[in-house]
Design a protein around this ligand. Structure first.
Ligand SMILES: *[C@@H]1O[C@H](CO)[C@@H](O)[C@H](O)[C@H]1NC(C)=O
Ligand SMILES: *[C@@H]1O[C@H](CO)[C@@H](O)[C@H](O)[C@H]1NC(C)=O
Ligand SMILES: *[C@@H]1O[C@H](CO)[C@@H](O)[C@H](O)[C@H]1NC(C)=O
Ligand SMILES: [Zn+2]
Length: 307
């Protein structure tokens, strides 16, 4: 009996490993590329107030060495694991084709219609779980390390415009095209191609230089007057609705605009969209910091106090 169970288990494990292997090496709709998520999380962590910085370090597993960005792609790595299959619809929102709007009640559900199972619902969910940290309730239902990693990742995804996009083309995934000379698709152009082309053309492929430039642009550059309005948030649980709405508007105005199946996108598209991608990454980072500061350190910046 033991033996049979073991071999069954071994086979099950083999299958899990094989599926894991296939999924890791098959490109798909994974949200901002690794680079986009790392930028968002590095920006956020650099903007944390001391209390929040402390809690984040405390919640991170030891092997992260206090670096939130090292685990910001974790939700993409585990989304196909059996245990975490429930998370796979939490990376995006499918909105009705050509509507260019987000309606939480209409759009925030998974493909079986289960309510709240979209990126906006997930941000609300994990934000409210983390709010328990301050109360000191060691609520066993929640793993706050996971809640932190999910929140940090999904704050990136919700700012990627093609993550709140049309249903029938799967957020641009089925729109096949060429990015300069190689094959790609519209979703992937926004996840990764624009970031990589920017790094290659302007930053000698040095991601640290690119990140420094993004940070320079919101500390004392083109966006420095905008960051306080980015942080504005009257109600922490409804702000993700605002972020998703911005994304679908950008998807319509800049993502889909002028793009058809089989198109070749090159300099014109790159030059006009790169500033938008960089701004969305910056906004995601600034807002993630705002939420973590609010949740972990009584920071009220960006909040309108009740009068
Ligand atoms: C919220 O998180 C819990 C696990 O902590 C999960 O069971 C639930 O499905 C999540 N809901 C959403 C909308 O993210
Ligand atoms: C919380 O989640 C992390 C990541 O999945 C895991 O390593 C850790 O053991 C979990 N903690 C508890 C108390 O279950
Ligand atoms: C920063 O701002 C400058 C000036 O507008 C712009 O040329 C540059 O592309 C921006 N960099 C990033 C990463 O957004
Ligand atoms: Zn994702």
């Amino acid at each position: 009996m033991e033996g049979r169970k073991d071999s069954k288990r071994a086979r099950a494990l083999g299958l899990v490993l094989w599926v894991g292997f296939v999924l890791i090496f098959v490109p798909g709709a994974e949200g901002w590329s690794k680079e986009g998520h790392v930028f968002t999380c590095r920006i956020a962590q650099s903007l944390l107030k001391p209390d929040a910085a402390h809690v984040v370090k405390h919640l991170l597993p030891e092997y992260a060495n206090g670096d939130l960005s090292s685990l910001c792609t974790w939700p993409d790595q585990i989304r196909h694991w059996y245990k975490y299959r429930w998370t796979s619809s939490l990376h995006f929102i499918d909105t009705p084709d050509n509507e260019c709007s987000f309606d939480y009640a209409r759009d925030c559900h998974d493909q079986h219609g289960q309510e709240n199972m979209c990126v906006a619902g997930a941000i609300q969910n994990f934000t409210s779980q983390l709010l328990h940290y301050k109360e000191g309730t060691s609520d066993r239902r929640y793993n706050l390390t996971e809640a932190l990693l999910f929140l940090s990742h999904f704050m990136g995804d919700i700012h990627q415009p093609m993550h709140c996009a049309f249903t029938s083309d799967e957020g641009g995934n089925t729109i096949e095209l060429r990015w300069f000379r190689h094959k790609s698709n519209l979703h992937h152009v926004w996840d990764r191609e624009i970031i990589l082309t920017a790094a290659k053309d302007y930053y000698e492929k040095d991601m640290d230089l690119l990140l420094e430039d993004i940070e320079g642009n919101f500390t004392d550059g083109v966006w420095s007057d905008d960051t306080s309005s980015w942080r504005d948030c009257k109600d922490i649980l409804s702000c993700p609705i605002k972020y998703a709405t911005e994304s679908i508007k950008i998807a319509c105005k800049w993502g889909y605009k002028g793009v058809e199946n089989g198109a070749t996108l090159a300099d014109d598209y790159f030059n006009s969209r790169m500033p938008i991608v960089m701004k969305r990454i910056a906004q995601g980072g600034v807002r993630l910091a705002m939420i973590l500061n609010h949740v972990f350190s009584d920071d009220q910046e960006g909040f309108v106090s009740p009068t």
